[in-house]
Ligand binder design. Structure first.
Ligand SMILES: [Zn+2]
Length: 317
């Protein structure tokens, strides 16, 4: 039984904006994986906002939600998370945890399949770009690899962007304490009993990072190079902000490498995330109608869209 207080605490700790993603209840027929999508209302197609009922169902294990780091209204986040999921990931996470503790920051360690997530809670929402400077700087000094900066494997820092456009979502991370659909189990925070109540009580006790601390930590530090993501590239080239609810156009995210018959071919973003597609031509896009595209290595559309930070939509009642 999840109490209203637990739901309030969860919202205060983790929820920074009403938009969220939902993990599909059924596995994808080809890949067997459960992808995240953006829930939309049946009929109107309006985005569904995260409610207390949704949080309760997530904590009950009925559904699994993903949470966005950045609120585009103020470009701030209320938590930072370091995601590490590779061989020796835990070693790097423990190094980071130790280093953060020396700054007086208390990160919470959530276990995952191959590694874990380090969560840092903020006393009040702080600018995503400042948070990123701090974590990237620490990782650099410790020699911990950061994914995207020319590294195939490494930590991923959430928020993944310095800022996002008003209609954008940025990147979502699996909401803690729910059931991971692919693994069919919960992953818990290290250090407390394995019940939702005990875990929330434990997280409530963590010291929150303040704006003043963060300012001191990043004084004189450089901004990290932008992640090699489409959104960053789009902003850097000065492309206009997309109006909300515009149709997804893959050619706004990937550049054709060359033409092959009726298709453009280029690197598949989903393969690239997995460190595949070295030849950079797995993705074929029909020139006549770019709404049709296909990865020759078999990435599902949902994987490609998720890799581009534009998860697919699904209507829910
Ligand atoms: Zn692919």
């Amino acid at each position: 039984m999840i109490s209203p207080q637990i739901i309030q605490d969860y919202r205060r700790l983790f929820v920074n904006r009403p938009a969220y993603t939902l993990q599909s209840a059924r596995p994808h027929p080809e890949t067997g994986r459960h992808y995240y999508f953006t829930p939309k209302k049946v009929g109107t197609g309006a985005p569904v906002e995260l409610t207390e009922v949704t949080i309760r169902r997530h904590l009950d294990g009925e559904i699994t939600i993903g949470l966005y780091a950045i609120n585009p209204d103020n470009q701030r986040c209320k938590w930072l998370a370091i995601d590490a999921d590779y061989q020796n990931a835990m070693e790097d996470l423990l190094k980071l945890q130790y280093r953060l503790t020396q700054d007086g920051v208390e990160p919470a360690l959530e276990l995952s399949r191959r590694g874990g997530h380090l969560w840092i809670f903020l006393a009040r929402p702080l600018l995503a770009k400042d948070c990123r400077v701090y974590i990237h700087d620490i990782a650099l000094r410790l020699g911990v690899p950061v994914k995207g900066s020319g590294q195939r494997e490494g930590i991923e820092v959430f928020p993944k962007h310095d800022s996002i456009e008003p209609s954008a979502f940025g990147s979502a991370l699996r909401g803690p304490l729910g059931i991971h659909r692919d693994a069919n189990r919960r992953f818990w925070f290290h250090g407390a009993d394995y019940t939702v109540d005990a875990q929330i009580a434990y997280l409530n006790g963590f010291r929150k990072l303040t704006e003043h601390q963060l300012e001191m930590f990043i004084a004189g530090k450089e901004r990290p190079k932008p992640d090699n993501s489409p959104q960053e590239r789009g902003t850097a080239s000065g492309r206009r902000a997309r109006p909300a609810r515009l149709e997804f156009r893959i050619l706004e995210y990937v550049a054709p490498l060359r033409k092959v018959g009726r298709n453009y071919v280029t690197r598949c973003p989903s393969c690239a995330e997995l460190g595949h597609d070295r030849s950079g031509d797995n993705l074929a896009i029909l020139i006549r109608d770019p709404r049709f595209y296909k990865c020759w290595a078999g990435c599902a559309k949902e994987m490609i869209r998720a890799a581009l930070g534009r998860p697919t939509h699904m209507e829910i009642a």
